[in-house]
Design a binder for this molecule. Structure first.
Ligand code: MG
Length: 481
């Protein structure tokens, strides 16, 4: 009897130990997030066409970004952080759905992004991060550039956002000069007198209404910041998601009077410094309202710099090429995570992508990931909270619906390369693929394919596995009025 009782007691005792260990592990990995009664707020700040080398903390010698630099030192600065595509529309679809854009049909080989005469947008069957967070009562706001369909049924308010304020596509669209030929286009942009906000007849919308056209882009960055702050103040008593997608520093470049001429880098630097200043204001408000400790702020960019605009375009720093291309400069971007009480400070060289925000923030809010589709995002919580290694070991570099390159661990194989905007050459197929060790050669200068056939075999196997299960979405970009 005593023996039985002892065995029973030891059974209970070991179970208790197991439960304690499991719950400590869970807390370690997920912080206060799992089943939390107080889920964190999320602020995602997404710059447009800002390159890997355009912040002081990422090495720019003359652009001053003290607020982002402070976030990077108090939080985590990621040096291998990627977008889902090298141009606006597919990159935004990837961030908001946690899926490679080829799955949603938000990428095409016929046209690279949505235009003002496009008829479609993000299919309603896609689940956005905003829709995920709404399931557990978050307030959700989209402020800034949307670019996932400007017809009413595709707007942010139909995709899980309670509130929208912004320009629904790129700030260089609706050009009143109606440029037809390449020559007209080139001469328009070469004359600086043409770069006036009234020459771009883009609409500014509040929810589903156009409230200003052309949008005054001289003040747009500051107005986006003010909108974000106002939304945060109005919604501070419940969990919220603010997706603040600045239209700038995509060309044409505009800054408020207070920022014009403030940067030695020129107008591009003025614009980035105005964005940085606004981020500082948002951080201050989070602190003043007493919600900074329970808010996670992320800063990143939708793709690399638009290099053909020379000094009006940004810099990818030591990375090769820029926007529109599958070289590193097109798809590796700054990635800064800040949350004083949650994020463990550090310099993170593990792999992460904007698609991972979908999965990570869903996990932190306690929302299950949809099971009826492939989600490419992975949960980065363990890295963010504990500096544990990221579970991500691969990156896919699609251009349209073609897989141009794949990274596995340190190594990246290019199967196809192609320049864009008249730079970096024509389309080339590579067999054997080009192979680079990105940890040792981030600039992709030294092809090591000949010395490492075994790595190429491994990457090709990974591609085969990926493609065997791939279901391509119907092209949503191709149809235009
Ligand atoms: Mg862009």
């Amino acid at each position: 009897m005593t023996k039985k009782l002892n065995r029973f007691n030891s059974y209970i005792y070991s179970s208790l130990i197991l439960i304690t260990v499991l719950s400590t592990l869970c807390n370690k990995v997920y912080g206060q997030s799992v089943n939390s009664k107080n889920p964190p707020n999320f602020v995602i700040i997404f710059a447009d066409d800002l390159g890997y080398g355009d912040l002081s903390s990422y090495g720019h010698p003359t652009i001053k970004t003290p607020n982002l630099d402070l976030m990077a030192s108090e939080g985590q600065k990621w040096t291998n952080f990627y977008v889902g595509a090298s141009v606006c529309t597919p990159s935004r679809a990837a961030l908001l759905t946690g899926r490679l854009p080829i799955r949603s049909g938000m990428t095409s080989n016929k046209v690279r992004v949505l235009f003002p005469n496009s008829v479609n947008g993000l299919p309603s069957s896609e689940v956005t991060l905003a829709e995920q967070l709404k399931k557990v009562g978050y307030g959700t706001a989209c402020i800034g550039k949307w670019h996932l369909g400007h017809k009413e049924k595709y707007l942010p308010t139909k995709n899980g956002f309670d509130y929208y304020f912004g320009i629904p596509y790129s700030n260089d669209m609706d050009n009143i000069a109606k440029l037809k030929s390449k020559e007209e286009y080139m001469s328009f942009w070469q004359n600086r007198d043409n770069i006036k906000t009234e020459n771009f007849n883009v609409p500014l919308m509040r929810n589903t209404e156009i409230i200003e056209r052309p949008a005054n882009q001289n003040t747009i960055t500051n107005r986006y910041t003010e909108e974000a702050i106002s939304y945060i103040k109005r919604n501070k008593n419940k969990p919220f998601l603010v997706y603040l997608a600045h239209n700038l520093p995509h060309i044409p470049l505009f800054a408020s009077k207070e920022f014009l001429g403030t940067s030695a880098r020129g107008i591009y630097g003025d614009v980035v410094q105005e964005i940085d200043h606004g981020i500082g204001q948002i951080i201050s408000v989070l602190k003043e309202e007493g919600i900074a400790d329970n808010t996670i702020v992320v800063f990143t960019s939708d793709n690399g710099p638009w290099l053909s605009f020379k000094t009006d375009g940004g810099s990818a720093g030591l990375l090769r090429a820029g926007k529109g291309m599958t070289w590193e400069g097109g798809m590796r971007v700054p990635g800064i995570f800040w949350s004083p009480a949650k994020i463990k400070p550090g310099l993170i060289s593990d792999l992460g992508t904007t698609m991972d925000l979908f999965t990570t923030f869903s996990a932190m809010a306690g929302v299950p990931i949809p099971k009826d589709r492939v989600i490419d995002g992975i949960d980065l919580s363990a890295t963010l909270f504990e500096n544990l290694p990221s579970d991500r070991n691969d990156v896919f570099y699609y251009r349209g619906t073609d897989l141009f390159a794949m990274r596995v661990g340190d190594f990246k194989a290019h199967f196809i390369t192609e320049g864009e905007y008249g730079m970096f050459g024509e389309r080339e197929l590579h067999d054997p693929p080009l192979l680079y060790n990105l940890s040792q050669d981030p600039s992709e200068n030294y092809d090591i394919a000949e010395n490492h056939p075994e790595i190429l075999v491994e990457i090709k196997e990974a591609v085969k596995k990926h493609e065997s299960k791939l279901v391509k979405g119907k092209d949503q970009l191709v149809d235009r009025d």
